[in-house]
Design a protein around this ligand. Sequence first.
Ligand code: CU
Length: 302
Amino acid sequence: MRGIMRRTEGLIEGATTTMLVFKRLTAVAVTICALMAGLDRVFAGDGRPSDWQINFQQSATPVMDDIVRFHTGLLYTIIAIALFVLVLLVIVMVRFNARSNPTPSRTTHNTLLEVAWTVIPVVILVAIAVPSFRLLFLQLNTPTADLTVKATGKQWYWTYNYPDHGKFEFDSLMVRDKAKLRADQPRLLGVDNEMVVPVNKTVRVLTIGAEVIHAFAVPSFGIKIDAIPGRINETWFKATREGIYYGQCSELCGKDHAFMPIAVRVVSDQAFATWVDEAKRKWARDDSAPTNFAAAEQTTAR
Ligand SMILES: [Cu+2]
């Protein structure tokens, strides 16, 4: 009789401790989530990295909106699963340790439980796969583009062409001299000539590498695509806010890989038209020049 009493007491004590631990864990998790949600806004850079940033840079395109949404959904799914497993472990440790459960049950196998722990994870994975494939399709299926920009990765800078807007081409080099940086330009990201695009327009980006593989990536736009010699790759973005968005070459390409930033200035339609007019005058391309790189090399070698 006394033995039974002691066991019951142990069980109740165990359950109370479990509840307490569970409550505390929930409180910690809620605090962390609240902090993350709050800090997210404060420290997320807009188009550029920022001090103490702990999450993505702010999104500026529908694709990046989706990436952020998908990422956040996954994060909460993972947290829920991790907490669930943790709670199970705590219950096992508190209620079924040698002291509170001296004579363990010999039960093995439980069909319902075994089916459940197989089927539920499958359902979770399928639920994750649906938005994942939808996002992949959104990224890879370029909608009808309003304009095309060709970005050529070179050692170690980018060259931009606007095939729909006339024959001009310009190089975009990092500003190396700190004294020459504009007040709003971040060090190591600011360039002399930014790639300029109109706001709320679908921009098709074609990438190619001149000599080695580079990669064209702009975090706020949710794009990252290799620029490979001899092959044109394609991606797209539609920037919904004006501003300057920075990215970097994202494929190790040689000694100055870290110093070939990408800067995209998103402007109004009118400002874009004015810029195109200026660009045509400033960087008119000489058509007599050889257009392929092998020929260009031969010319310079001669
Ligand atoms: Cu690189």
